[in-house]
Design a protein. Structure first.
Length: 420
């Protein structure tokens, strides 16, 4: 196999890999950076690609996939839940950034028609040349790591991976089968360890109780896919006695997850949670919630849009209220500014936030120790490529893997091509 790194090398997001066999070419992911003017991985001609394999729905992995469906398109292989979640996120992407995007909603319909839906733990033949095995990644519902086989060689692509169980998902499946010839691993938190999930959950639950019992409102800006549902399930599992409301795109995600409960760790907990939350159904409801003690879970997770912007403006001037940051905040985002400087925008003006601000590290990515743990399950003597990391973290992590496990390692740059 010949592998070219098109995106995600020494950067977080915009992930894309091009794999070339003797008879065909496939893509693993094709993401986007989703700023005001989106950007995509290195260009590849759609007519030169035979299939795309998509690990999960997040736009930094899926956001550029519709580019390959401006005509008849090609085969897309992914899990059913990933396809449906991707459609929701891509529709929103078009709504927010459509002026700058070279595709539109009709191309999403073509993408859907060309999708081959598979289940996790299912091995599939691709183009009568490659074999692909999708394994649970533990990152978001439907998310997968992918093992690609061709010509007697086996490559593991972790995509985004999380080893630890959460309230919503089982941790990643680390049974990679036989020996591997190459591993392409994410490095997002390769230099940082997360606190134990149980401690984070306990601290968050205690804080939620404290805020509501002092008569305050706790706003939880949360990603629509996974994080919003996890927070709600956490509160339910700890017998939180107060009101929990959910708003925005997260409600659409709930509907998808009801249809794919096999992707969840505890479907019964999910069902009970979603039956008990208060579903926000309009602006009068939002205004009422913004004056009533309780927890509000609402996208967007970085306070850059969605109903969370309204709630933030309504509650941030009152000291008894609080805002819990439970998602990664991109530098320059409103959520990052809130965390670092305690500032927010209200009615077009910058103001100091009086509500209490607290961060909780509910990461969907493996931390440093867990990334090393992955390699304890790797058989053979693979070459390891560290990608999907900020700054020098990919290069540092590659050196550390070499020192710890003896594998040959590298931190490629976009455009590099390797032979397996």
């Amino acid at each position: 196999m010949e592998i070219t790194f098109l995106g995600g090398a020494r950067e977080v997001g915009k992930s894309a890999l091009l794999l070339k066999g003797d008879k065909s070419k496939i893509l693993l992911d094709y993401g986007a950076h989703t700023g005001r003017e989106p950007s995509f991985p290195m260009h590849v001609k759609p007519k030169e690609i035979d299939s795309i394999l998509l690990t999960h729905a997040h736009l930094d992995h899926s956001g550029g996939v519709p580019l390959f469906y401006l005509g008849q398109g090609l085969d897309l292989v992914t899990t059913g839940v990933t396809l449906e979640l991707s459609m929701i996120l891509l529709e929103d992407f078009i709504k927010l950034s459509g002026f700058y995007l070279p595709f539109e909603y009709v191309d999403l319909l073509t993408m859907t028609r060309r999708t081959r839906r598979i289940a996790l733990n299912q091995a599939v033949e691709i183009n009568k040349e490659f074999n692909a095995h999708f394994k649970n990644s533990g990152h978001i519902p439907g998310g997968a790591t992918i093992i690609i086989e061709n010509g007697g060689k086996r490559v593991l692509y972790t995509g985004d991976i999380n080893l630890r169980d959460s309230q919503l998902l089982n941790g990643a499946d680390l049974d990679f089968g036989g020996e591997l010839d190459a591993v392409i691993t994410e490095s997002t938190y390769s230099q940082t360890d997360h606190d134990p999930r149980s401690k984070i959950e306990e601290d968050f639950s205690n804080f939620a109780n404290e805020v509501v019992e002092r008569g305050g409102i706790l706003l939880v800006p949360a990603f629509s896919v996974g994080r919003a549902q996890e927070i709600a399930c956490l509160l339910r599992s700890r017998n939180f006695k107060h009101s929990v409301a959910m708003d925005g795109m997260a409600l659409k995600i709930n509907d998808v997850l009801f249809r794919y409960q096999e992707s969840l760790r505890d479907p019964q907990l999910f069902r009970k949670t979603m039956q008990s939350i208060e579903v926000v159904n309009g602006w009068s409801h939002r205004k009422r919630l913004a004056k009533t003690p309780g927890v509000i879970i609402s996208p967007a997770g970085m306070l850059a849009g969605g109903a969370s912007v309204f709630y933030n403006q309504e509650i941030s001037s009152e000291p008894r209220n609080a805002i819990s940051i439970v998602a990664f905040q991109v530098p320059g985002s409103p959520g990052r500014t809130l965390l670092e400087r305690g500032l927010t925008i209200v009615n077009g003006k910058t103001m100091k936030v009086k509500a209490e601000i607290r961060r909780f590290d509910f990461s969907g990515h493996a931390g440093r120790s867990e990334l090393f743990e992955i390699f304890q399950h790797v058989k053979g003597d693979p070459r390891v490529y560290a990608v999907h990391g900020d700054g020098d973290s990919c290069e540092i992590f590659a050196r550390e893997i070499n020192a710890k496990f003896g594998f040959d390692t590298a931190a490629p740059v976009n455009g590099d091509t390797i032979i397996v």
